[in-house]
Design a protein around this ligand. Structure first.
Ligand code: THU
Length: 164
């Protein structure tokens, strides 16, 4: 038998001012998008902003439903809108910001497992890493250069192919 460790890498920034301008502008759009989230059940408002190669930006926010599983996270709303409006255009970056009604979110909001899998899909489709920029309400900011850092050992398309 053999044991091995998997190392992931995340960069932490203290505030928006420390970010590169492109990241800061995208995160500001995510923060703004979160203000329009439809989240009456959780009262947890998430905004996401996707920047595509070429500079177009699509935003999204969480959309909840009285039948809870019918709702969708901000990240997937933004990514699916981007893919629908700009089919075939690679995703460069995705910014995520969260705010809650009854408490301060003091850690960056990180995407759920299903959203990680969706981000991985676009990363593989375009063979380009997706940069993630994540923030809470009163929190530091974390960035990763690829979804691989949040989803190690991911199920990838090449595993579907038969190797004869
Ligand atoms: N949510 C997101 O939109 N993105 C995340 O990364 C975490 C969770 C939403 C789903 C649900 O509407 C609410 O936040 C509480 O889980």
């Amino acid at each position: 038998m053999r044991q091995f460790d998997i190392i992931t890498h995340c960069v932490e920034y203290n505030n928006l001012e420390e970010l590169e301008e492109a990241d800061r502008l995208l995160l500001e759009q995510a923060i703004r998008a979160g203000m329009d989230a439809y989240a009456p059940y959780s009262q947890y408002y998430v905004g996401a902003a996707v920047r595509l190669s070429g500079g177009s930006v699509c935003t999204g926010n969480n959309q909840e439903n009285v039948a809870y599983p019918s709702g969708l996270c901000a990240e997937r709303v933004a990514l699916f809108a981007a893919s629908a409006l700009y089919p075939g255009v690679p995703v460069e970056s995705l910014a995520i910001a969260g705010r809650a009604l009854h408490f301060a979110i003091t850690e960056p909001v990180t995407p759920c497992g299903a959203c990680r899998q969706v981000i991985a899909e676009y990363e593989q489709l375009h063979a380009r890493p997706v940069r993630l920029i994540m923030m809470g309400e009163k929190s530091r900011i974390w960035t990763v250069d690829s979804i691989r850092h949040l989803l190690p050992l991911m199920f990838a398309a090449d595993q579907l192919r038969k190797h004869l």
